[in-house]
Design a protein around this ligand. Structure first.
Ligand SMILES: Cc1ncc(C[n+]2csc(CCOP(=O)(O)OP(=O)(O)O)c2C)c(N)n1
Ligand SMILES: [Mg+2]
Length: 304
């Protein structure tokens, strides 16, 4: 553990343990950010953890029963029931006096679309758990159909000419439940991700982590570029890293820096086949959305 002074404030840095809970036999695609995210999530959560996983790429990465690539217990559950299952499991464990971390690890389709009512219910009930949505911005496991998280203009198998609607703002929906802790992250910034998982698990009650997970086959970029794509997302401010503790927002340092002078959005979009041929009007709308989100988040942090 070390203390460093960054962006005008002291930050406690925790060393990332060398223990691996995602084993090398995983069947993820090359450059998979879902598995990279899970690797850091499990390092942060440690062995006294149970994962609840609705159908998604993670169910595939897990491997085929009786083999598994995960070194913690996993409960595979139907899409609509993940957060409800977490309520039951967390309450049962607490009744037994156990502090086991209960983590729902779900995709964007399973969170923004199919599992949203159970998510809302568990947050309203105040269930002691962490809900992590790793967001590859489509239904990856079934062949990249659009989800509520797919950004405007992105081509998927069900939006072949580019999505006509903007990305659903799940963070605003979750924030409306006033959880004690919520944050965004990206595995391109592993220390930030690791610290946010650690922090989320320190709060009693529901916490939420929304992780951008660049997907090489789905977004159509080269697998070795996954980390680079995550950094470009943050540097262009298409993805903003922040945390909200008891409603108080603070920008995370990579985004605080990026917001002062974002890189051109084209640098983030160009390596991705899903944005190939995007028209000028859609590009302008995306830039407009970014400018608005910078304005809104900066004002919120300043207390405006
Ligand atoms: C009720 C129900 N509808 C559809 C499916 C088929 N299905 C399995 S995984 C999946 C995609 C999930 O997308 P997401 O949650 O974004 O996770 P990803 O695959 O991208 O990791 C779908 C549609 C299912 N298993 N159950
Ligand atoms: Mg997905």
């Amino acid at each position: 553990m070390s203390l460093s002074f960054l962006d005008g404030r002291w930050i406690l840095k925790m060393d990332i343990p060398s223990e691996e809970y995602l084993l090398k036999c995983s069947s993820s695609c090359a450059g998979c950010s879902d598995s990279l995210t899970l690797r850091y999530v499990l390092k942060a959560a440690g062995p006294d953890t149970v994962l609840i996983v609705p159908a998604c790429c993670t169910s595939v990465i897990q491997g085929m029963y009786p083999q598994t690539a995960f070194n913690v217990p996993v409960y595979n559950i139907a899409f609509g029931a993940a957060a409800a299952c977490a309520s039951g499991m967390s309450n049962a464990l607490r009744a037994l006096g156990r502090k086991t971390s209960v983590i729902v690890y779900a995709g964007d389709g399973g969170t923004l679309d199919i599992g949203i009512q159970a998510l809302s219910g568990a947050f309203e009930r105040g269930t002691d758990f962490l809900y992590i949505c790793y967001d590859n911005e489509a239904y990856g496991n079934t062949g990249m159909q659009r989800s509520g998280a797919t950004p405007l203009g992105a081509r998927t198998t069900t939006t072949p000419s580019g999505k006509m609607d903007v990305k659903k703002d799940i963070d605003a929906i979750v924030a409306a439940h006033s959880p004690p802790y919520m944050a965004t992250a990206c595995p391109a910034y592993p220390r930030d991700l690791f610290q946010k998982v650690r922090k989320a698990l320190m709060f009693r009650g529901p916490s939420f982590l929304h992780v951008l997970a660049p997907c090489p086959p789905g977004w159509r970029f080269s697998p070795e570029k996954s980390v680079e794509l995550g950094k470009l997302a943050v540097k262009s401010c298409m993805w903003v890293l922040y945390e909200r503790e008891h409603g108080k927002l603070s920008l995370s340092s990579p985004s605080r820096t990026a917001m002062k002078k974002p890189i051109p959005l084209e640098e983030y979009l160009a390596p991705q086949g899903r944005f190939e041929g995007i028209n000028a009007e859609t590009l302008e709308a995306l830039k407009q959305n970014i400018a608005e989100s910078i304005k809104r988040l900066t004002a919120e942090e300043a207390g405006g």
